[in-house]
Design a binder for this molecule. Structure first.
Ligand code: URA
Length: 208
């Protein structure tokens, strides 16, 4: 599995502001949106291009365009929506899907409550977005479902990854590259990333 850490100074600076517990929800969402533009730029670096004619005011000439079917962005609810919104601003024609999972408190395993993905998923680059790769259990469960639905070319994009989550991903989905803004130290005893930024969904929506 390949792991790419986007260590661009703008990403790192904005991420540090997001980690600060005194950063309010509106600013947190705005920073997440700004970082998602920069991450989207990185994650789409290798998209194939094809030449198609463009009529400029002066002449017709072959110019590069992104080739193939429109890519699919899959948000893992609910925190994935923060990354999704920013990426969609940069790639407005992307198709969008959602995976909803909750954790069964008895078995501690992820249970699906929503799954809706674009048609022809097997022909698209599928970018799964979730800000926090913590235990990796829900991300891996979401990727299992996407593969079951036919997805073949999958990439996982997050903001923060724990070593434990990266290990789970490497074991269960070694074919899925991970792109993240940072790899933190560890998980605490209740599965939060340390030092982390807290609960991403709560920080985004002010539900703490
Ligand atoms: N999910 C979060 O929102 N935060 C963590 O630290 C771990 C999982």
């Amino acid at each position: 599995m390949t792991v790419t850490v986007v260590d661009h100074p703008l990403v790192q600076h904005k991420l540090s502001l997001m980690r600060d517990k005194s950063t309010p929800s509106n600013q947190f969402r705005q920073l997440l949106r700004e970082i998602s533009h920069l991450l989207a730029y990185e994650v789409t670096r290798d998209l194939p291009l094809e030449m198609r004619d463009v009529e400029t005011p002066l002449q017709t000439a072959a110019m590069p365009h992104i080739a193939g079917k429109k890519l699919a962005l899959i948000s893992i609810l609910r925190a994935g929506n923060g990354l999704l919104d920013g990426i969609l601003e940069l790639i407005p024609s992307a198709r969008v899907g959602f995976v909803g999972l909750y954790r069964d408190e008895e078995t501690l395993t992820p249970v699906q409550y929503y799954f809706k993905v674009p048609q022809a998923i097997e022909d698209r680059l599928v970018i799964v977005v979730d800000p926090m790769l913590a235990t990796g259990n829900s991300s891996c469960a979401a990727i299992d479902m996407l593969k079951e639905a036919g997805a073949k070319n999958i990439l996982f994009l997050c903001l923060l990854a724990a070593p434990e989550g990266l290990q789970t991903m490497a074991t269960q989905h070694p074919d899925v590259p991970v792109v993240t803004a940072a790899i933190d130290k560890k998980l605490n005893e209740i599965g939060y990333i340390i030092p982390g930024l807290g609960d991403a969904g709560d920080r985004m929506y002010g539900t703490a």
